[in-house]
Design a protein around this ligand. Structure first.
Ligand SMILES: [Zn+2]
Length: 275
């Protein structure tokens, strides 16, 4: 069964949520689509990402609509300037909540145990990895393209939750969001070889084509890495960004001229830890 549920809000915004996380209460999750925003041309219509050619006021309006649709009101945003690396940062100082947006440079993962701290990453083929430890009340979000995946960004996020908050991997639920899938993710032999030197099970997750290139299942690689890290459950979305042209942006399909989906997660409180 598809673990990401497509929600159609009254204000016209379509977004995904993760019901298996939200049934615990006390948190909200989203992965945006391109439907329900105000941007035009290649950003039509719900571009969530700044740092593009899109007009800042359109991005701001799109984000406002998403928060309204998901029902997120008071929050500080923790935003990582992704670099396809493997650094995971941690936000745990109450002082930071004085700020409206906290931008962290040079990181691809972020974790917190603070309520009302919205974690955000941006995507247009690369995977969003969501983590939730309901026992310790900790959340994390990471951005995993092939480079981050070859550097084990997923297991490193689990390590960070463990080191900073004492999370037991067996208590952690993980979910892998919509992204480029086996059907569309073709890579050259150099990428395949590079991958195989870091991840011995690459052969299980890729096959060679007649043209000498490879089709690679990045979702499965992340799933295996997280299972090996001891995560109790890994949910995997079947949605492919490149196939779903009406619903999702795809950097590869649109040859770089495209918008971004936002992945988000926030602890909203009202739930006793360990419940
Ligand atoms: Zn596809």
């Amino acid at each position: 069964m598809e673990p990401f549920s497509l929600e159609k809000a009254e204000n016209g915004v379509w977004y995904f949520s993760i019901p298996a996380f939200e049934r615990y209460g006390g948190l909200k999750t989203f992965f945006t689509t391109r439907i329900g925003g105000v941007s035009t041309e290649e950003f039509t219509s719900l571009n969530f990402g700044g740092y593009t050619r899109d007009l800042p006021q359109n991005v701001a309006e799109n984000r406002k609509r998403v928060m309204e649709a998901v029902g997120i009101h008071d929050y500080t945003e923790g935003f990582v300037r992704q670099v396809h690396g493997d650094r995971v940062c941690c936000i745990q100082s109450k002082d930071i909540l004085e700020e409206k947006t906290l931008t962290i440079n040079n990181a691809d993962g972020i974790t917190t145990n603070l309520e009302n701290m919205l974690l955000v990453t941006l995507h247009a083929d690369c995977l969003a990895l969501y983590f939730f430890d309901p026992v310790k009340g900790v959340i994390a979000l990471s951005h995993a393209g092939w480079r981050g995946t070859s550097k084990y960004i997923g297991p490193k996020t689990v390590d960070k939750m463990q080191a900073e908050f004492g999370s037991d991997p067996q208590d952690i639920l993980a979910a892998i969001g919509p992204g480029i899938s086996l059907c569309c993710f073709e890579v050259g032999p150099e990428v395949y070889e590079e991958f195989r030197s870091h991840f011995p099970q690459t052969d299980r997750c890729a096959y060679r084509k007649d043209n000498g290139k490879y089709m690679m299942d990045l979702k499965k690689i992340n799933q295996i890495q997280l299972e090996e890290a001891g995560v109790s459950e890994v949910l995997v979305s079947g949605y492919c960004t490149m196939c779903e042209d009406k619903l999702l942006f795809s950097h590869r399909r649109d040859q770089g001229r495209t918008g971004r989906m936002g992945a988000g997660m926030i602890l909203t409180g009202g739930r006793p830890k360990g419940a």
